[in-house]
Design a protein around this ligand. Structure first.
Ligand code: URP
Ligand code: ZN
Ligand code: ZN
Length: 456
């Protein structure tokens, strides 16, 4: 089977020219100008951008969390991702405290294998680091192709590890050739502020925001950078939201340290004033919370400065009835918001169309950098001979409006309801097969493959 995409504007992290992509079976064979016009199927991409499939390295599918499960399964979540131009996601396996990493992996495999529609990989979240867990780190890297280990400096009493465990884990992960990622906020301070607000009867979603001030993130980001520097382990901060935290990373560069930074689309676009909408603010209850205009400006600049390398989603959707679990107490609102389907189009419309980032930078932060950081490169994240044929054909001028009525995520509201966007995903190709076309999904449940990742 062969497929020729012809006359598209080919955009990678470095290229921008009109040309063709020739695909055989699951892989790209050639990319260039005036390729031979012979193939089983030919798609004319005149007027469209042709880009590598998006990679969202931060999603939570079917995840047990705060007394419920995130509402997108591996089937519905990866399908929605495809509709939005994201061909690969990296989901989080959560170790249960007192249990092994392998037990957790078996549980996640049970949910994802044979159900995912798009490609996926796993990060392993270490919530209980001890002598037994230590032995499993190398096995995860060498045997399972899981090379990134997620840690939480927050969610005290549930997922949080302390600095002792963090230091020991980082030493081991470095030896094994992996990377440690972190939810970097000060769990003790947040725990205290939540308890204080509850004791004072301050129970609305606004107090979720006020329990996680910027300093909690700035402090933990600096501490994480210091521990990473001491251990020499590669470090990656997930969902960084604010100026104080980015400055901590900037400071680390002064000693020639690299700390990879991910932000998420919501922190580039949404303002904390949404928490003032009484309980409707629960739609945006997530951790860390939304911030202020000065933080968004810092993050956009951070992208262009090369400090913020990835724009992900932290997709962790809950139905409205699940959000209502916290109607009388903000601390019981399941944390997370839906965006897996919207990321690429939002980033294009608000980023590229509004002149905040260029097209090459767009591909870099939406796909290429995640592939490089997480050991998927060059299989994913680029258009090159030998790479998986994961492509997005994108109309940069088509206008459309986001709505829960038309999205494919399994959630009954949209965090971006009524947003008018310019730029739309038209056709998505996953490992050589047309997966999305004319607003239809053409690949079946189970087509998505688990992708083993390389050492970093
Ligand atoms: O609110 C969030 N972010 N929910 C998902 C879990 C996490 O902290 O990433
Ligand atoms: Zn987090
Ligand atoms: Zn998350």
């Amino acid at each position: 089977m062969s497929l020729l995409i012809k006359n598209g504007r080919i955009i990678t992290a470095t290229d921008d020219y009109v040309g063709d992509v020739f695909i055989e079976d699951e892989s790209i064979v050639a990319v260039g100008k005036n390729l031979p016009q012979r193939a089983t199927t030919i798609i004319d991409a005149t007027g469209l951008l042709v880009m590598p499939g998006g990679i969202d390295p931060h999603v939570h599918l079917d995840m047990p969390f705060m007394g419920t499960f995130s509402s997108d399964t591996h089937e519905t979540g990866t399908r929605a991702a495809l509709f939005g131009g994201t061909t690969t996601v990296i989901d989080f396996v959560l170790q249960k405290q007192g249990h092994s990493l392998h037990e957790a992996l078996a549980e996640w495999n049970g949910r994802a294998r044979g159900t995912a529609v798009g490609d996926y990989s796993f990060h392993m979240a270490v919530t209980d680091y001890n002598d037994e867990t230590k032995k499993e780190i190398r096995q995860m890297v060498e045997e399972e192709g899981i090379t990134s280990f997620k840690t939480f400096m927050a969610y005290k009493g549930a997922l949080m590890i302390d600095d002792r465990q963090m230091t020991a884990l980082m030493q081991e992960v470095k030896k094994c050739g992996g990377l440690v990622t972190v939810h970097a906020t000060n769990g003790d301070m947040i725990d205290y502020l939540i308890a204080k607000h509850r004791a004072e009867g301050k129970l609305s979603p606004l107090y979720h925001y006020l329990s996680q001030p910027e300093v909690t993130e700035a402090e933990a980001s600096a501490r994480f950078a210091d521990i990473a520097n001491y251990t020499g382990c590669p470090g990656y901060i997930v969902h960084l939201t604010c100026e104080g935290a980015l400055n901590a990373v900037r400071n680390a560069t002064r000693r020639n340290q690299t700390v990879f930074v991910e932000t998420c689309i919501q922190y580039l676009l949404l303002d904390a004033e949404l928490y003032e909408k009484d309980f409707e603010g629960a739609k945006w209850v997530m951790s860390p919370p939304l911030r202020k205009g000065k933080d968004r400006e810092t993050l956009w600049a951070g992208i262009n400065q090369g400090l913020v390398r990835v724009v992900a989603t932290d997709h962790c959707p809950f139905l409205w009835k699940q959000k209502l679990m916290g109607e009388k107490d903000f601390s019981k609102i399941p944390n997370g918001h839906p965006a897996i389907e919207n990321r690429m189009e939002l980033l294009f419309s608000e980023g590229v169309q509004k002149g905040r980032i260029g097209l090459n930078k767009y591909v870099e932060v939406a796909s290429t950098n995640a592939a490089k950081i997480f050991g998927l490169w060059p299989r994913k994240g680029t258009l090159a001979p030998g790479s998986d044929a994961d492509l997005v054909l994108f109309d940069p001028n088509e206008k459309h409006t986001l709505s829960a009525k038309t999205h494919h995520m399994n959630v009954d509201y949209s965090a971006y309801e009524g947003w008018d966007l310019t730029g739309k995903v038209k056709t998505v190709i996953l490992r050589g097969r047309v997966a999305i076309d004319h607003n239809q999904c053409l690949v079946e449940k189970g087509y998505g493959q688990f992708i083993k990742r390389n050492k970093v």
